[in-house]
Every structure is written in C-alpha cells, then in structure tokens.
Design a protein around this ligand. Sequence first.
Ligand code: T46
Length: 133
Amino acid sequence: MNINIVPLQTHGDERGSLVSLEETNNIPFAIKRVYYMYDTKKDTRRGFHAHKKLKQLVVALKGSCRFVLDNGIERVEVVLDNPAQGLLLDSLIWREMYDFSEDCVLMVLADSHYDESDYIRNYEEFAKLVGEI
Ligand code: T46
C-alpha cells in the first residue's frame, strides 16, 4: 500500500520552528475543516472507519500515536511523531489509531465539512465496497 507522508517545510531559527500549511501548495486539497484531538486517554483506540470521499492530512503537533491503515487487501502501521510531517489519508482507507502518548495533539485538515453519511463504520461493509471496485 502506498503510504503518503508529506514533508512540511520547517522555518527554524534560534527562536524555534514554524510550519506553514497552504491549500494546494503543500496541502494537496482545498481545506474546508480543521479539527484536533488532545487529552486522549491511555489505551484508547479511535477511528475504526473509512470515508467514502473525504481526504485528510493528519499532523502530530505534539507527542505521538500509531495508525493502522487498511485498503481491504493490506494493513500497514504508521507512527506519527513529527510535527514537520503530515500523513495523507485518502478516501476508502480503513483507519484505526492507538498508542497515543499522554501529550499527543493530533491536528487534521479535511477537504469537506463534517458529514456522518460519508463514514463507513462497519469493516465488512468497507471490505465489500473496496472488493467491488
Ligand atoms: C478520521 C479520524 C482520523 C464532529 O462533530 N465534527 C467533526 O468534524 C468530527 C471529526 C467529529 N465530530 C464529532 C462526531 C463524534 O461525536 O466528534 C465525535 C468524535 O468523532 P469520531 O468518533 O468520528 O472520532 P475518531 O477519532 O474516531 O475519528 C476522527 C474523524 O471523525 C475521522 O474523520 O478520519 O479522526
């Protein structure tokens, strides 16, 4: 499976680091929504769904967590622990997140507004859909 990690240019000097995100420049879609997760409790697992159309970019602004990505054929694990890298989450990829560090702050940029009807929350339904494509 192709795992798309986008390097985000860091502007650093003696004061610290700055990363700028600009739609269609270093973010390959128009940004319609930003959300973030923090204070995730120990041993929590999140996700367990795919999206029909939504594309997203995930950045671990602080701390780390693990993603399991599954395209219906292959499952791959990715560690996110670098605020200068974004993980592109394409549509029709099952995702699970776990092993959140206590200080983990995950920011997600999305190409659409929140729409529950875009979620596939049942793995069998997901596997059937990608098997038919
Ligand atoms: C994804 C992974 C990486 C909203 O009201 N608006 C929003 O924009 C979002 C994302 C969520 N919500 C509500 C819906 C639920 O009541 O917030 C609650 C938690 O959402 P959910 O259980 O879907 O969270 P995760 O961590 O399982 O998944 C989220 C995103 O929903 C999903 O698109 O790809 O992060």
